[in-house]
Write a protein that binds this ligand. Structure first.
Ligand SMILES: Nc1ncnc2c1ncn2[C@@H]1O[C@H](COP(=O)(O)OP(=O)(O)OP(=O)(O)O)[C@@H](O)[C@H]1O
Length: 260
């Protein structure tokens, strides 16, 4: 499913969080949202997820205006994992995962054996077999993150929106997750801080600065040393790996040539 956003604007009081942002995530692509702290990545993802409403602009799912879809239809198609997604109540891991099946059940229909099987499968795939009876709150940060992503996948969405999905994950789990996302047939849009990993795994990057999209396209076009210096204020060497993707090497601060 193709996800497009046209000229999205969002302001809170006088602060403009997202300014005329346009984004195109073709079906099955993995798009990375990158940019410094406070550049609007979360704000844009929340607009795409329908968690906040733009002041202007449109969001299209396969050319259909998202505003015309019901909440339930949207929940079946689009799953979102935020940075601090925590269930309110005391729930087990199994309870948390079963919640994800709700959009696929008739209203008030009971949980079935098929739901439990789907939960067991998702735990196996997340490398968390046997974690079902554990209290969600007792999991480590990385385990909670993996359960959150498993929960989003259990929704069987067409579009997956992830805010900092590699947060809390050790390097092996970061690589496994990004590799899975890159291979997945889902359309994925993820806010990522690690430019190196974003460059390696994403098909396209959207670079935000102060709420505006300042560059979008394949990583090799977006992550030039000049743009990295202008947006992040750091100096980097950019070479290409064997697949033609950018490999970044950072210089220590202060930025060469900068006056203090
Ligand atoms: N409700 C709000 N009211 C006022 N300002 C807000 C609100 N929500 C976000 N902001 C501000 O909007 C800007 C963008 O925030 P956002 O969380 O989208 O950035 P981000 O790129 O995801 O940042 P980070 O990399 O630090 O997670 C920040 O300056 C933030 O303080």
């Amino acid at each position: 499913m193709r996800l497009q956003a046209h000229a999205l604007d969002l302001a809170v009081r006088t602060k403009r969080l997202v300014v005329s942002a346009t984004l195109d995530a073709p079906s099955g692509s993995f798009v990375g949202l990158v940019g410094p702290n406070g550049s609007g990545k979360t704000s844009l993802l929340r607009l795409l997820a329908g968690l906040s409403r733009p002041d202007s602009g449109r969001i299209l799912l396969d050319d259909v205006d998202r505003a015309t879809l019901s909440r339930r239809a949207l929940a079946r198609r689009v799953a979102y994992v935020g940075q601090h997604t925590a269930p309110d109540a005391d729930l087990t891991v199994r309870d948390v995962l079963l919640l994800a099946r709700i959009p696929h059940r008739a209203l008030l229909a009971p949980v079935t054996a098929a739901d439990h099987e789907a939960v067991d499968d998702s735990l196996d795939r997340a490398g968390l077999s046997g974690y079902g009876p554990r209290d969600w709150a007792s999991l480590s940060g990385g385990e909670q993150q993996r359960v959150n992503i498993a929960r989003a996948l259990l929704q069987r969405p067409d579009v997956l929106l992830l805010d900092e999905p590699t947060n809390h994950l050790d390097i092996r789990h970061q690589l496994e997750l990004l590799d899975d996302l890159a291979r997945s047939p889902l359309t994925v849009v993820a806010a990522l801080h690690g430019l190196d990993l974003a460059a390696r795994f994403c098909d396209r990057l959207v670079l935000l600065d102060a709420g505006r999209v300042v560059a979008a396209g394949p990583p090799v076009e977006v992550l030039t040393p000049e743009r990295i210096a202008a947006v992040f204020g750091v100096a980097a060497d950019v070479t290409l790996d064997e697949e033609g993707r950018p490999l970044l090497r950072w210089y220590r601060l202060p930025l060469a040539g900068a006056t203090t």
